[in-house]
Design a protein around this ligand. Structure first.
Ligand SMILES: *[C@@H]1O[C@H](CO)[C@@H](O)[C@H](O)[C@H]1NC(C)=O
Ligand SMILES: *[C@@H]1O[C@H](CO)[C@@H](O)[C@H](O)[C@H]1NC(C)=O
Length: 520
């Protein structure tokens, strides 16, 4: 059976005219939602006939042809369904940055001590390409240098502020809101001011708080002659980002920066029988509730959970709810819970009318794909930004955790669902419109990503994709030298003009004075 699949794959690969490649994927961060995207990518490449070796925390349950796990699970604690609401509510921007910079680095050092990681570090395997996550600490980027292979970076969110520089991608604070600031594309003066301040400070901060400590770590792990990670990062051939202009807003990009928003999304599959029945038999449709793969809903403050239950009980719709607790206190009869639910398949069911979500990017993109309106309760990281985009596109309502009451929930849900209200049609139409814009592409996100990865392999790192902007020092990139000369020129010209006019006036007036004194 497996040999047959292998044979078919090999034939497909041959038909591609292709040389199949040996590709190393390195995903040392143990975020499950991040890995959803990378796993789909690596599987897609293995289905194309490439041999992929994937360092990750989520090994395949069944072996796949051409796909080989470098299993580092167990090296660090699993964080799935592990966070309390009180914990994530303390996560402000400062905490987030320290998580992204410090936590990912300290954790990486532990992950790389795993025997399987150690084997990879010492391996003499010949790879054709390396694909790795770019998130916080680039503690594994030295592998691209060690194996002397072209480097592809993947970002599971919209671009982070430090995503752009390495390939010279333009970033502009006048209309592109920072990942860490949840503004829309049209910013007021105050918003542009703060966005610009972020733009100016965050990359130097990333250098001092992230790159420098990671360079030290890098030397400890890979030896003293390893180049600084900033230098290795400059060799990045391609960056695949989980954004799409239909939802993230249009932005200028260099050819090596490719938007593959929704790459993790697969064709909807058949639902489990009980869920299918529950949904099919709902007279008024279904509301789907999930706060994602990290947060335990049972840790919501009791009054918040009660508000939610009271609101659900008042709905004619049925509610499907992701809930990992043992019992759900006050569970109304129209609510069905599951510890894990097939989210995209539920969102794609025709009876699904609404998604109540924390605004994690993966789920948000799935709702966009399915054309389902959202009630967003953003809690941390990019969730505020994601929900903001959906609100601006006119298919979402945001509720702050502090404002969660039965009334606020019902009001938000009714706004989106009540057919008697005019709003309902607008929200639903906007969700469908955005869905159409999101899906209408020349190729699927996966096909696009595969194309560009194979392009990089075909062109041996494709150095011709690199923008010259990537090599300019900041003062040249921002034209500070040219602007200085221009300003100096204008100032000198004005000053000279002033001197000349003053001398002429003096001459004239002085002459008059002299004439006057002569006459006297
Ligand atoms: C999360 O996981 C860690 C490590 O396994 C454990 O110590 C902690 O108690 C867990 N937290 C929760 C809220 O379950
Ligand atoms: C960048 O890539 C080139 C070409 O593959 C290689 O010679 C060089 O060593 C790489 N630089 C670093 C810092 O890894």
């Amino acid at each position: 059976m497996m040999n047959k699949a292998f044979l078919i794959l090999s034939i497909i690969a041959l038909l591609h005219g292709g040389h199949t490649a040996k590709i190393l994927g390195v995903f040392e961060f143990n975020g499950k939602s991040h890995f959803q995207m990378y796993e789909k990518m690596m599987k897609g490449l293995s289905e194309r006939g490439h041999e992929v070796h994937v360092l990750n925390h989520f090994p395949q349950k069944k072996p796949l042809p051409n796909y080989f796990d470098i299993d580092v699970s167990g090296s660090v604690p699993n964080v799935l369904d592990n966070f309390t609401i009180d914990l994530v509510r303390t996560w402000d921007t400062k905490t987030m940055l320290s998580f992204i910079w410090d936590f990912t680095r300290t954790q990486c050092e532990v992950v790389l001590k795993h025997p399987n990681a150690q084997k990879l570090l010492k391996s003499t395997e010949k790879y054709d390409l390396i694909i790795m996550e770019s998130f916080g600490s680039e503690c594994t980027i030295a592998l691209a240098h060690k194996f002397k292979v072209p480097l592809v970076a993947m970002v599971s969110s919209v671009a982070l502020p430090w995503t752009h520089h390495r390939i010279g991608n333009p970033d502009h604070p006048a209309y592109i809101p920072s990942y860490f600031i949840s503004y829309g594309s049209q910013m007021s003066f105050i918003e542009r001011f703060w966005n610009t301040l972020y733009y100016i400070t965050i990359n130097p901060a990333n250098y001092y708080f992230n790159e420098i400590p990671t360079n030290e770590l890098s030397k400890r792990i890979y030896g003293h002659d390893i180049p600084p990670i900033g230098e290795i990062a400059k060799n990045t051939s391609l960056i695949l980002v989980n954004s799409h202009f239909s939802i993230s807003g249009p932005r200028p990009v260099v050819p090596g920066f490719v938007e593959v928003g929704g790459l993790h999304i697969e064709e909807p599959k058949a639902l489990p029988k009980d869920i299918q029945k529950f949904m099919d038999e709902s007279e008024h449709g279904v509301v789907y509730f999930s706060l994602g793969s990290l947060i335990q809903v049972q840790t919501l403050a009791p009054e918040k959970l009660k508000a939610l239950m009271d609101a659900f009980a008042a709905l004619p719709e049925r509610v499907l709810m992701k809930y990992t607790g043992d019992t759900l206190p006050g569970k109304p009869s129209n609510v069905m819970t599951g510890k894990w639910l097939p989210q995209l398949d539920i969102l794609s069911h025709p009876k699904t009318r609404l998604f109540i979500s924390h605004g994690g990017l993966m789920g948000t993109l799935e709702a966009v794909y399915a054309g389902v309106p959202i009630v967003g309760i953003p809690l941390f990281a990019d969730q505020e930004l994601n929900i903001k985009r959906c609100v601006l596109q006119g298919f979402a309502v945001r509720i702050l955790y502090d404002d969660m009451t039965k009334e606020s929930f019902l009001s938000a849900i009714r706004t989106l669902l009540d057919v008697r209200a005019k709003y309902q049609e607008i929200y639903s139409a906007n969700a469908k419109k955005t869905s159409f814009q999101f899906r209408d592409r020349p190729h699927t996100a996966l096909e696009t990503a595969v194309y560009w990865i194979e392009y990089v392999i075909r062109h041996r790192g494709a150095p011709h994709l690199r923008s010259a902007g990537a090599d300019l020092p900041t003062y040249q990139y921002l034209l500070l030298d040219v602007i200085s000369v221009l300003v100096l020129g204008v100032v000198s010209f004005l000053y000279l003009t002033y001197i000349v006019i003053r001398s002429v006036l003096r001459l004239l007036l002085g002459g008059k004075k002299r004439n006057k004194s002569k006459r006297q």
